[in-house]
Ligand binder design. Structure first.
Ligand code: DP6
Length: 329
């Protein structure tokens, strides 16, 4: 039983992906741009195992069952189909072990690094040789943000066109392009939020502002892309906040509301604004959870982290730096 190993890192979007152009193929409706981080790593091994009658996927030491196992098995079946491995043939199923080497039980989404590492390890186990673009398109089927974790540094995932399964992310600039930090403010370990997939579906189906989001997102994305290319922190931060707020506003207007922010989330946004008033270049973004991620110059990261840590309700604050792309066989 040969084991195949892959390591991938999480990414945080500066211009946000929210909504799908094609639900079956999991194609994004809008372009997004992210920064891959060094700190949040998923390590995955996959091996074909002739004794199995279905895939065994162990995440953080727990064998997945029920709906979760079904979703993971459907993704692995897609990899088999690509590799020409007949479903149910001897040795067709995988034994997968995946571990999130996140600093703590941080509550940060791990589906991006998770599906990127799974796509890489599983395709290697089936002898499927994919270049990074094709691997990114495959990872997208698991989770669209995972397409971006194939690459290090600054990464763009274009909007997809319905029916085009080749859409993957592309690297824009390497991790060394710009010496910035994302300071992660982890807040409130309350009940699990609505999954991003369900949240974006409800937004698309019920929010009167979903159309406005679709119209605004490409323009905000272009602003982020140009500002990142120019290493202009204020322009990047302003466009990132605008994309973040437009995405969340469309979600808040869903019925019932898709709301990830808690009170403490807004308190952290106030702190970020007061940092700016004090002359520190810091801008915030949020995803499908209550945590806040703050973009700043690397040299300001310690000070920003200290201010966030001192905010009541912030459980932990960590500094993440631009990170590398996937490592795989
Ligand atoms: C708010 O990639 O988790 O983090 O493709 O349905 O798995 P699926 O969604 P997912 O959505 C991420 C949404 C976001 C913004 C972003 O990362 O661009």
């Amino acid at each position: 039983m040969t084991e195949f190993f892959a390591r991938a890192r999480a990414n945080i979007a500066l211009s946000k992906y929210w909504g799908k152009a094609d639900r079956a193929l999991n194609l994004p409706a809008v372009p997004s741009l992210s920064l891959t981080l060094d700190d949040l790593v998923t390590e995955t091994t996959a091996a074909r195992d002739g004794s199995l009658t279905h895939d065994h996927v162990e995440l953080d030491g727990t064998l997945r069952a029920g709906d979760e196992a079904k979703t993971l098995g459907a993704f692995l079946a897609l990899v088999r189909a690509r590799a020409g491995v007949a479903e149910g043939a001897p040795g067709s199923f995988l034994r997968v072990r995946s571990v999130n080497r996140f600093p703590t039980a941080s509550g940060l989404a791990s589906s991006a690094s998770g599906y990127a590492a799974l796509a890489a390890a599983a395709s290697a186990a089936y002898g499927l040789r994919l270049d990074d673009g094709a691997l990114s398109a495959l990872a997208r089927r698991g989770s669209a943000s995972a397409a971006r974790s194939v690459f290090g540094g600054w990464v763009e995932l274009p909007a997809g066109a319905a029916g085009d399964d080749t859409t993957g992310a592309r690297p824009l600039h390497g991790a060394a392009h710009w010496d910035v930090a994302m300071v992660l403010a982890l807040v409130d370990r309350g009940p699990k939020d609505i999954a991003s997939r369900d949240g974006m579906r409800r937004t698309a189906e019920t929010s009167p502002y979903y159309g406005a989001w679709l119209a605004a997102a490409p323009l905000l994305h272009a602003r982020v892309r140009d500002a990142v290319a120019a290493r202009d922190l204020a322009a990047t931060g302003e466009a990132m906040e605008a994309s973040t707020m437009a995405m969340h506003a469309s979600a808040w207007a869903a019925q019932p509301a898709v709301r990830y922010a808690r009170g403490v989330t807004l308190d952290v946004l106030d702190v970020v604004r007061s940092l700016r008033r004090d002359g520190v270049g810091a801008w915030a973004t949020m995803d499908a959870g209550p945590h806040v991620k703050v973009l700043c110059e690397a040299r300001d990261a310690d000070g920003v982290a200290a201010r966030l840590r001192g905010t009541p309700g912030v459980l932990e604050s960590r500094i993440a730096r631009p990170g590398a792309g996937i490592e795989r066989p």
